[in-house]
Design a binder for this molecule. Structure first.
Ligand SMILES: [Mn+2]
Length: 403
């Protein structure tokens, strides 16, 4: 039996205001080819289907078109989808009565009985190959407060949830039937990209779940979603993030996008193979390290000329600011006229200290305290530290203004 693990599609994502629908369509065409060529029996989608809980009509259309075409082309294909923290759990499940007919299963919400007990059975899905149940899938969507058994913390609750599910599934599964686990969570020991908002929105980005909960001999593979970088979790070969198919920010520029192929033979894990996907739109950062505006403008000249299309690369420009440049944006836009790129951002970097190349980012600048900024400017202008008295008077003013 062959499974294909993917996640974090984020359909409907806008990259600095640019619509990415052609990129998503390109990915789904590629994914359909892989499913067919590799004779996949089940596609596991580990959450964050859409970028927002209320996806646009076009986003939904792209999604349903993919589900319909993939299942029509491959009549035996099962598709199993769990909701991520970006999805609306209830909305994702809403079309289930229709989708079930097409062998598509969706888990978004955790059902409870009138006594408030979790319906664990509803989270088990048999994975079938040639009409025979080959394995059992534990499908756990992104868990929100109250979705898991009572525990001291979020991570303890999630851990307990998986432990109970593991016990419960033993009651229904046959001896030679292995377990596949799905989850949308942040596991301890995994890498996340710098300043990525969409990954960090999970409970403040702090609550990590220990992957030890997946260390059972009959759990042959754990298909995780949430982190955008495809990776093994703490060196575990069979506990993996598939990663998102499209880079979601410039910090994800060097990620290797793809999906994971998992093959089971006679109830055992036979192999795991990473299938690489090459996103159709490239990300360019120019220059690699911030430089003054006149040098940046020269570097922009090397960019290819042509018309801007939905395939044109996204361009991020890093400018080292040494003095105010009110016309920076205009000069950059002029330099990019007739260039086949799409400008996303011109990030101003400010020189931190004289005679050093260390610079600070716009994000850092935004988070800087006004008093620190004033002290820095004072010392540059007058060559020495701001006098204590002046600093305390300025602090008083800042506090007055902030009231
Ligand atoms: Mn997520």
């Amino acid at each position: 039996m062959r499974l294909l693990h993917t996640s974090d599609w984020h359909i409907g994502h806008y990259f600095f205001g640019y619509d990415r629908k052609t990129e998503h369509i390109f990915f789904f065409d590629w994914l359909k080819r892989v499913i067919k060529e590799q004779q996949i029996d089940a596609l596991l989608v580990a959450g964050d289907i859409f970028d927002s809980p209320n996806p646009s009509a076009i986003s939904q259309r792209i999604y349903y078109k993919f589900l319909k075409e993939a299942t029509t082309e491959n009549p035996h294909l099962q598709i199993i989808i769990i909701a991520g923290n970006h999805d609306s759990a209830a909305r994702l499940e809403a079309p289930l009565p229709l989708l079930e007919e097409m062998n598509v299963f969706i888990k978004g919400t955790i059902c409870k009985n009138t006594a408030g007990e979790i319906d664990y059975q509803s989270l088990f899905i048999p994975l079938t190959c040639r009409e025979k149940t080959e394995a059992w899938c534990i499908t756990v969507p992104y868990l929100r407060q109250g979705d898991y058994p009572n525990a001291e913390s979020y991570s303890q609750g999630v851990k307990k949830m998986y432990e109970v599910l593991y016990q419960e599934v033993q009651k229904i599964k046959g001896e030679n039937q292995p377990i596949i686990v799905m989850g949308h969570l942040q596991a301890t020991g995994s890498e996340i990209s710098e300043n990525d908002r969409s990954e960090r929105t999970i409970v403040g980005g702090l609550e990590c779940v220990s992957p030890e909960v997946f260390d059972k001999t009959d759990i042959v593979y754990t298909a995780l979603g949430h982190l955008h970088k495809g990776q093994r979790v703490s060196k575990r070969e069979n506990v993996r993030y598939a990663g998102s198919p499209l880079p979601m920010s410039f910090s994800e520029k060097y990620y290797k996008q793809g999906v994971n192929l998992v093959e089971l033979v006679n109830g055992q894990l036979e192999r795991i193979e990473r299938i690489h996907f090459d996103p159709p739109v490239k990300l360019i950062s120019l220059p690699p390290d911030p430089k003054p505006l006149n040098e940046v403008l020269k570097e922009l000249m090397i960019l290819a000329e042509g018309e801007t299309t939905a395939q044109s690369p996204y361009l991020e420009i890093k400018v080292l600011i040494t003095e105010p440049e009110p016309s920076m944006r205009h000069q950059i836009e002029e330099a990019l006229r007739n260039k086949a790129v799409r400008l996303t951002s011109a990030v101003p970097y400010r020189q931190r200290k004289e005679h050093t190349t260390e610079s600070i980012t716009y994000e850092e600048l935004k988070n800087m305290e006004p008093i620190e900024m004033a002290k820095d400017i004072f010392s540059r202008k007058y060559g020495n530290e701001m006098p204590e008295k002046m600093a305390s008077l300025l602090m008083q003013v800042i506090q007055e203004v902030g009231k």
